[in-house]
Structure formats: C-alpha cells, structure tokens
Design a protein around this ligand. Structure first.
Ligand SMILES: C[S@@+](CC[C@H](N)C(=O)[O-])C[C@H]1O[C@@H](n2cnc3c(N)ncnc32)[C@H](O)[C@@H]1O
Ligand code: SF4
Length: 424
C-alpha cells in the first residue's frame, strides 16, 4: 500500500514534466550558481550505463575542450560576474582526459568569481600518481570513483570491461595513501545480474574494511535507451526480483550503520566526521558540455547530446541548448522537498525562505501521511527521515529518476539539433 502510493505520487507529482523546444529565460541578476561540466566519453562504455556517453576518440579531445570553454564564455556574457558556488565534473569519464579537465577548470577560474569545492568523477583504471597530481593542482578536492563491485564475476556480468577488482583495490589504496582530497567516495551498485545477497555483503564488507570515507550505493536503473534494458526485456539477462532488491537495501543500511557510517542520503553513507561528497543536483546550476543539463529558475533544460552538433553550435557562438521544460513554483518546491527527503531531512524555515510559503500548508496531506507511516519524524522545525522511512524514500528517488531523467535524456537524444539561439 505504502509503496503503491509512493510510486503513484512520484510519477504524478514529482516527475510530471514535459520537455519541448523551449528557450530558457536566464536571470541576469543571479548572485551565485552551481556549475556542472559534462565529459561524455568512456574508454569502454558499459551496457547498463544511464548517462550520456560515447566511446572515446582522442581526436575529439581538443575540439571538445575548446567548445566547452566557448560555452562557458557564452554563460559569462549572460550571467556577468556571478559567483560559482559549486563545481562538479561528471561523465562519462572525466579522468580519461585529466589535462583537459585541468584546462577547463583554469578557464572557469578566469571567467567567473569562483568560491567552491571542485568534485570530479573517476574510473579506477585511469588513476595513477600523475593524474591525481594534475587534479589536485587544478584545485580538485572531492573525488569519486566508480567501483560497482569488487567481484570480477559481477563486473563481467554487467559488461564492465575497463578494469578488474584488483585494479580497483589498487586505485582505492592509491587515493587513500595520497591523502590530498578532502573527500573520497566510491560508487557500488546493487540489484545487478547474478548478484546475490552474499556477494553484495562481500562488496560492502570490503569497502568498510578498506575504511573508504564515503560509499554511494546505486540500485541498477535501466532506461529504454540502455543496451542492458533490451537484454532484460529479451530475457537474455535476469535481475534479482523486487523482494531480493528490498533485502539488499536493508543489508546495505544495516552494514553501514553497524560499521559506524552515517547516511548522508538514502543511498550514500559516510564515516562519522568526514566531509560529505555531493554533486550539484540540488540547487540551481548551469551545465556545460554535450548532453549536460541545467536547472535555472523555472527552467530545466538540456544541451544537445550529439558531440558534433554541440561543437558546431558553440563554434558559431550559439548556445547548444536543445530541449527544456518550464515548471511552476509548486513543481520546483515539490522537487526540492523530494531532494531534501532523499538527503534525510530539512528545516521547514529553509522551505519558507526559498519558496515564500509554509511547507505544512503546501504539502499538508503528504507530510501527514509520511508521519503516519513512520517515514519521517518532526521535531520543531526539523523534518527527519527515520531509519524505517529510508526504504520508501529510496523507492521515491528511484521512481523519480526512472521517470524524470528518462524523459530528459530521451528528449535530448531525440532532439540533437540545438535551438539556434542567440545570447547577446
Ligand atoms: C556517471 S558514472 C561516472 C563514473 C565513472 N565513469 C565510472 O563508471 O567509474 C557515476 C555512477 O553512476 C552509476 N550508474 C551508471 N549507470 C547506472 C545505472 N544504469 N543505474 C544505476 N547506477 C548507474 C555507477 O555507479 C557509476 O559509478
Ligand atoms: S558507468 Fe562510467 S565507465 Fe561505464 S559507461 Fe557509464 S560513465 Fe562510462
């Protein structure tokens, strides 16, 4: 009953968005904003991957970097001397071109007033002393690494061919011995083909035994445009069923809590006292690069996913935006609320400050209902997701991503032609 209601409400209220060829209106008086930089290349793209990424072609590196720098200049002209309050370089695989990432970050520093942490995603097979030094020199202080599993059998089963478990363990040791990053997080995945509860538990135990400061645990999300989605539909691959996935989630939470980690979201856990790793998804941000998404004011919009169209558009001085959606204040507030629950709670005064309305009035029945089922507890102005509430909120986040992100990625892949805009 609870799960049915959560799924329905998420689809109807949170992910209810329509993308079209809409031109976003960018405010000229912004004080601060986040910056997301997308590097859409991977050495050996994984068949399950939900992100916009292509097989790596070294010939594209220079034209792509120059195009990203031009797009940054386009934003600089519109947004003026805005403060950049968070920088996140994601992919794809940014560490496939560490010099290129450093070059782009230097350009950002010169173009904007930057006061921010810098987070970068990495693959284990790219990490060595030289790459770490390049990233640290460029000001990167938060690093995440895609591990997925410490089992070679699972890595084979999900078609992840770029590294094996031994390389991952070496890369973790390298980063942790280096000690230069303020935060270090690894990504593990669950609900994977051939994965059992025991093999998941082994992955969690290794991460804990290695004392990794933060671990994000991603349930496998399959989108219609992923190869693995088709393989599952054609019964070539079998996944753990819903019951097993639920048990897996409980094993994850119990393992980390028993080991003294704290949830920093419903799917990420950090050792007590460490700085938390996070991306820029929550607040307003601009995204640069092919397939990058932006969230500014009432608009959520995406660049063309085609690298060729992207490079061509910015070379002509035109923003590479291909698709967008305008939300009502209620829609934006609902998404903020769901992100806050994903991050384990929020302060009601913060909601009022942002949206000028009382969260109890706006979402009265939703919050009452969450309280009734023990999903949240309320102490004064603070709303906290309970241990029991983590699974329903996890389901809400999963449903949201499967609906909202699938719509956004599909729309941006189906509309490769940018809008041919001019920003003066
Ligand atoms: C954008 S990827 C970048 C990390 C890096 N390229 C790597 O794979 O090591 C970030 C993380 O998203 C997760 N991910 C990718 N595809 C996913 C999917 N279909 N469902 C759930 N998580 C996924 C993986 O855990 C991955 O490490
Ligand atoms: S999971 Fe990482 S390495 Fe694999 S295709 Fe996606 S971005 Fe590339």
């Amino acid at each position: 009953m609870l799960e049915f209601m959560i799924e329905r409400m998420t689809r109807k209220k949170l992910a209810n968005i329509k993308f079209s060829k809409i031109e976003p209106e960018l405010p000229k008086d912004k004080d601060e904003i986040g910056l997301y930089i997308h590097i859409p290349f991977c050495k050996m793209p994984c068949p399950f991957c939900a992100y916009i990424r292509y097989p790596w072609n070294p010939k594209l590196e220079r034209p792509y970097i120059e195009a990203v720098k031009k797009e940054i200049n386009l934003y600089r002209n519109v947004l003026g001397d805005v403060k950049i309050n968070s920088i996140y370089v994601g992919g794809g695989t940014p560490t496939i071109m560490p010099e290129g990432v450093a070059d782009i970050l230097t350009h950002v520093e010169n173009a904007f007033n930057v006061s921010s942490d810098i987070g970068v995603e990495s693959n284990p097979d790219d990490l060595n002393e030289k790459t770490l030094a390049l990233l640290l020199d460029a000001g990167v202080n938060k690093l995440s690494m895609g591990v997925q599993s410490f089992s070679d059998e699972i890595l084979n089963g999900i078609g992840r061919r770029s590294h094996d478990a031994k390389q991952t363990l070496d890369a973790i040791e390298l980063v942790m011995n280096n000690g230069g990053f303020d935060t270090f997080s690894i990504d593990l995945m669950f609900s994977l083909p051939t994965q059992s509860l025991a093999s998941l538990k082994r992955d969690l135990d290794i991460a804990i035994e290695k004392s990794v400061p933060q671990v994000a645990t991603y349930p496998l999300l399959l989108f219609p445009y992923c190869k693995m989605y088709r393989d599952v539909k054609e019964h070539k691959i079998e996944l753990p069923n819903k019951k097993v996935e639920k048990k897996m989630y409980d094993v994850i939470v119990n393992s980390f809590v028993d080991a003294g980690y704290e949830p920093c979201s419903v799917w990420s856990f950090a050792k007590k006292g460490v700085d938390k790793y996070g991306s820029v998804e929550r607040d307003e941000y601009i995204g640069v690069g092919a397939g990058a998404m932006s969230n500014v004011g009432e608009y959520f919009y995406a660049n063309t996913a085609s690298v060729e169209e992207y490079i061509q558009a910015v070379s002509k001085g035109s923003p590479p935006i291909a698709i967008g959606a305008k939300s009502s204040l209620d829609g934006i507030a609902a998404r903020w609320l769901s992100m806050s629950l994903y991050e384990m709670g929020f302060d009601k005064r913060e909601f009022k400050r942002r949206f000028g309305m009382d969260v109890n009035e706006k979402f009265n029945s939703f919050l009452r209902w969450l309280k009734l089922f023990g999903v949240i507890k309320v102490e004064g102005d603070h709303v906290q997701v309970t241990r029991k509430g983590m699974r329903p909120i996890h389901l809400m986040t999963k449903t949201f991503l499967l609906t909202f992100i699938a719509k956004a990625c599909t729309a941006c892949m189906e509309n490769p032609k940018p809008l041919n805009l001019r920003w003066s």
